[in-house]
Design a protein around this ligand. Sequence first.
Ligand code: MD3
Ligand code: FE
Length: 218
Amino acid sequence: MPLFIESPAHPDVPPAPRPLAPGAVVLPGFGTAVGEALLDTIASLAVQAPFRHMCTPGGRQMSVGMTNCGQWGWISDRQGYRYSALDPDSDRPWPELPAFFLALATTAATAAGFTGFTPNACLINRYAPGTQLSLHQDKDERDFTAPIVSVSLGLSAMFLFGGTRRAAPAQRVPLAHGDVVVWGGPARLFHHGISPLAKGCHPLTGGLRFNLTFRRAG
Ligand code: MD3
Ligand code: FE
């Protein structure tokens, strides 16, 4: 008699959603089927709006490479953190949010119980080995009742998930290629970050990790 039933190599049922906290749920592999298309599209978006290392209000360069698509893009400079309709490097609008990006974000939000989510901003983060994102809150959006949907691509990273207080102990959650996380309700304003990316090799991204966050900015 086997003690455990092994996971099938080719599952015909999707892995179950994993709740992280009230309002936060991991949808393991929800984006895997479109992972390659997302990465190809990120590459062409980055021709129009290249990845850059933005400056923090405190004058430090971020180790995360960033660009945006959609009506609004998140930016940081000496003046502060905010959303801008124009790419400050080109003074042109950000590239349009591709229809299948929007479809992925809204179906994930719906699967997590957030109906009517219409993101108008997509921040695209790029991590190389050693790149990290220190604990922070996302509070530059106007409406905190809208969730944020994140899609992880390429190398896995260790996600840190704290509480409403910055000093609260952080849960460590590995996020792998294709994982989608929906953050809403009480979790929407929780502190979170990414540990320094470990070296590795992913068949689709080599030594890199990408993360998309879909937001209702304004
Ligand atoms: C929890 N990005 O861009 S995504 C960010 O992997 C950001 O690049 C990380 O944090 C990344 O702001 C983490 C997961 C995430 C995104 C937004 C959240 C978690 C969140 C908002 C509230 C609570
Ligand atoms: Fe964040």
